[in-house]
Each structure stands twice: as structure tokens, then as C-alpha cells.
Ligand binder design. Sequence first.
Ligand code: PXG
Length: 440
Amino acid sequence: MALDRTTPNDLRAFWMPFTANRQFKQAPRMMVAAEGMFYTTSDGRQVLDGTAGLWCCNAGHARPKIVEAIQKQAAELDYAPAFQMGHPKAFELANRLVDLAPEGIDHAFFVNSGSEAVETALKIAIAYQRATGNASRTRLIGRERGYHGVNFGGISVGGIVNNRRHFGAMLAGVDHLPHTHIPQNQWTKGQPEHGANLADELERIVALHGPDTIAAVIVEPVAGSTGVLIPPKGYLQRLREITRKHGILLIFDEVITGFGRLGSAFGAQHFDVTPDMITCAKGLTNGVIPMGAVLTSAEIHDAFMTGPEHMIELFHGYTYSGNPIASAAGLATLETYREEALFERCAEIAPYWEEAVHSLKGHRHVIDIRNMGLIGAIELEPIPGAPTQRAFSAFLKAYEKGVLIRTTGDIIAMSPPLIIEKAHIDQLIGTLADVLESLD
Ligand code: PXG
């Protein structure tokens, strides 16, 4: 198939998301094809995908089973109404998902993105408390440096200043735990030793507001977007104990940690902590078609299944919830993960990845390195007075040299597809080493 390797001659109309639009449009970086571990750019270069797209293409690109499933589904049943009607694949996918999830998670509510999964989980939490006679429990607790998507609930419980400060008053009744990124843990490989006690801050927040006002706590098991913050040993266990003690729901936002990124289906299994709800998206369809889900315990689901049977139990849902093509893509994706044992593969290659990522210690500007599963972060010393500039230069130079990385602030984040080979890791880290030496 001939590829269109051209760049459109007018880039003005498209207002690009989370992008320096003016910089991009002066020197566009266009992808025109992808296969396996590599993108092809519009100037005909192969670029190694060090980020699985945006942490989503966990099985790599153009996977035959997924491509075929989408093509077939589009021809067979393109769309079915999502409300008061069903189609088989959404039910099948829900079953497969709860099979993958930890024991005690039994239902799936479909949405179209991580942001929608978060809004949905927060709404379910508040409605569940109300349905079980705890209508005063409306408060939501997030965490500093948390990322829970970009909708109003998500930015309210999230802890990223730039995502909040331009957008007004936020949700009322939200509080935040402190983040767990503390200096004692610098250069740690895997889970850090120090900081489990930061979970005890939840006791302080509970005492401040009263336990009977708090509906739920939401955290990412590993915070991805704000630069890969790994939970200290025992921290998530402690959060689970405190939430349980006070009748507060615990939500794990697994939009990044879901689908093998840490070497298990979900972070919940990796850390052996079962929350009451899990939000997921991205790797659910290998990033190919938008889809997300909220996975809940039977206890939460069943609390809604009361009242007259002809009545809608939860007044929530989206036109595209459980869309047939997304469901087909999800089923084929889970099948690909299983057939190729990609979660186990991640666990197997993670030690090699850890050594490779930490080999960048000692390179210019590097002030910390963190890793877990197939996630790695290299933190750079910011240029005084010009935060983010050094990491952004690294991103541009790496792209020129044929590898795709992500940056957030002055932190380089990597999260390659789980099909990565050792030779790709060597290419990624070797290129990054050269890039670091060439930075101002
Ligand atoms: N929760 C978490 C934990 C996420 O990481 C979302 C919710 C929102 O998902 P949607 O599908 O609405 O984008 C995310 C998304 C990055 C990066 O480079 C991270 C995300 C998205 C884009 C880029 O860190 N995370």
C-alpha cells in the first residue's frame, strides 16, 4: 500500500491537544504509519516507540488480530444503541475484563476514555454512598501530583496545578493527600523504602472533615503523568486499611498501570491490594479505538439493583458506551495479550529494563531515575529560569535520532510496548545517553 508521506499544506484549523501548537506547526512531526515497535514518519524515517503511543499501545502497532476484528465488526454491526439495547460483544468483553481483574471485582461499566472512567467512578462512589444510607458522604479525596484526566471531576481530585488553575472553581468538597515523591528515595530501583507513613495523612483528613462526609479516595497505583512516582513499600496497603476502617471507597485509577504495564493485569494484583473500583482505558483496546471502563465490586453494583425492575438504576452513560467496534477491538486486544503472554513478558524483561534505565545515572543533567515494570523516568535538572525547556529539547533531539519519548516538566518518561526486545531497549537507552550528552 502506498503511504501518503506528505504534510498537509495548511495546519491552521486543527487546534492540537496538550501541544505547543505554534512550535509544532513551524516544524511538524507527522506519523504516517506504524508496525510493531516502530512508527514511520512523513519524511520516511523509522522511529522507535518508547512510549507505546501515549502509554496505550501495549501490544505494539498494527497487530493483525485487532486490525481484523475491527474491520469485521465494522461490516457486521457498526453501531447499536447503548441504552436499553445490547449487543453480544460488550457483554463478552465485560466478562473477560472481570476475569482479568482481582477477585472481588465483578462488574464493568463502559466509557470512552480514561477521563470519562474517572468521572463515572466518582459519580458511582457518591451515588453508592447515597444508595446505602450515607448521603452525607459526598467528599472526594485525591492526591497531589495525581492525574485523573481532564474533565471537571478529574482535575478537581487531580493534583496538577496547570490542569486546574485556568478553569475556575472546580468541584466543591475535594481534598488532597500529599504526594509520595520524597528526596530520601532518590535513585531507587523499583519500590522505594521510605514514605508509607504518608498514607497516614488520610487519617488527618478524615479527622478534619469527619469520616461520614467522605465518599471515596482516588489514587493512581503508580502516578504516571507527573513523572512516574512509585508508591513506597506498604503505602497502598495502608491506604486500603484506612479507607476500609472508615467506610470510604478506594478507587485505583489504572488507566496507565492496567493491562500489563507492571507485569500483571492490573496494578492491584502487582501490589496485592484490591480497591473497590478500578478505572481503565488506553491498553484496553491497545489504544486503537477509544474505550474505557470502570470495574466495580459486586457490593457496589448490587447496591443499585433495588427498586422497581422497569426503572433505570444508574442515570449515567454515554452514546458510545460499549460501542461494538470498540468492544471487538477490546476482545481482540485481550486475546493478543493472552496468546503472546505479554503481561508475563513485561515481568520477564523488567529487570533488564531496570538496569538499562538506571545506566543513565551519571549522564549530564540527570538528577534522579525511577522505574517499575516497563516504565522508566529520567529526571533532569531544570535550566534556571526556563523550566521544561531542557526536557523538551531532549524530546526533539531524540525524535531526530529516531526514538520517541515523552516529557512532563523536566522529566523524561518512557513506557514502551510490552513486545519490546532487548535490542530495542539498547537502542532507546543508547540514543538517550547520546541525547543527554548533547543537551545545553
Ligand atoms: N487517569 C490516568 C491515570 C491517566 O494517566 C487519564 C486518567 C485520562 O485518560 P484519557 O483517555 O481521558 O486521556 C490518564 C491519561 C502522559 C500522558 O504522557 C498521560 C495520559 C494521557 C496522555 C498523555 O503522561 N494519561
